[in-house]
Design a protein around this ligand. Structure first.
Ligand code: ADP
Ligand code: MG
Length: 241
């Protein structure tokens, strides 16, 4: 699968029948589920940032993405919102709740794991129990983390060492994953998580969606995309000002 930056995203099911709130018209055209739009309205966000405008439709269309945009440009929601949307769509089409984790968000630090998990909870506040997120960097007994993972949260947030640990002992089933995000990809690399990233990448199923967010496009980031994007290059979004 060869991807280009000018690929046009395929049309998506936007949750027909729901009328998006009028307060977030800028977000309404991106194709997001009505429950996501409700949370956006509740958070009083009115316009998507440039990286969100570009990344959200591509992510909903299932593309692999490498986005570069400066700190503070809204990269978290650029991957979070479309992944919440995709999980909701899949749940709407499956009769029984699946005992699988759908997405992992790899972050460089435990502080960022906390922040991102909080953001997931904020933007799934209209999703009931359909989407749960677990931060596996919490300071707690391993048995507690294990039990939380075996509740099959849809989204797991953590640093590469924690994630690779739970994948290698097969509590976190990598083969079931649909989305993998590496947030702050340049920082993840500079924290010397390369071995862990290698083992995570090796465990992932073919066809998993890879999204990389970075403040820079250093050549090291290319190593990362080569490792994860087995079926072709990601769409590159360079939002440098
Ligand atoms: P980055 O990861 O690019 O450094 P963040 O995702 O952490 O940026 O977002 C920075 C701040 O901007 C956060 O407080 C976030 O809630 C806010 N933000 C994100 N998107 C929007 C938006 N569309 N409108 C207003 N504020 C936003
Ligand atoms: Mg960020």
């Amino acid at each position: 699968r060869k991807l280009n930056a000018d690929d046009v995203p395929e049309p998506v099911d936007t949750g027909a029948g729901h009328t998006p709130p009028a307060t977030n018209t800028g977000f309404a055209s991106l194709g997001l589920d009505a429950r996501v739009l409700q949370a956006i309205a509740k958070e009083k966000l009115t316009e998507p940032t440039p990286v969100q405008v570009q990344a959200i439709p591509l992510a909903i269309a299932g593309k692999d993405i490498l986005a570069r945009a400066k700190t503070g440009s809204g990269k978290t929601l650029a991957y979070l919102l479309p992944i919440i949307h995709s999980i909701l769509r899949r749940k709407a089409f499956s009769a029984r709740p699946a005992k699988t984790v759908s997405a992992i968000f790899l972050v460089p630090t435990k502080e960022l794991a906390t922040q991102v998990t909080t953001a997931v909870k904020t933007f799934t506040s209209f999703c009931g129990q359909d989407i749960r997120a677990e931060n596996i960097n919490r300071k707690e007994d391993l048995a507690v983390t294990r039990a939380r993972l075996l509740e099959y949260p849809e989204i797991v947030v953590g640093t590469p060492n924690r994630v690779s640990q739970w994948i290698s002992n097969d509590v976190l089933k990598a083969a079931d994953l649909v989305h993998v995000v590496i947030d702050e990809a340049d920082l993840v690399l500079s924290y010397e998580y390369e071995d862990e990233l290698r083992s995570i990448a090796a465990a992932l199923p073919a066809g998993v969606q890879n999204i990389f967010m970075s403040a820079t496009l250093r050549t090291e980031v290319d190593k990362l995309t080569a490792l994860f994007c087995k079926s072709g290059s990601p769409v590159v979004l360079d939002l440098s000002e």
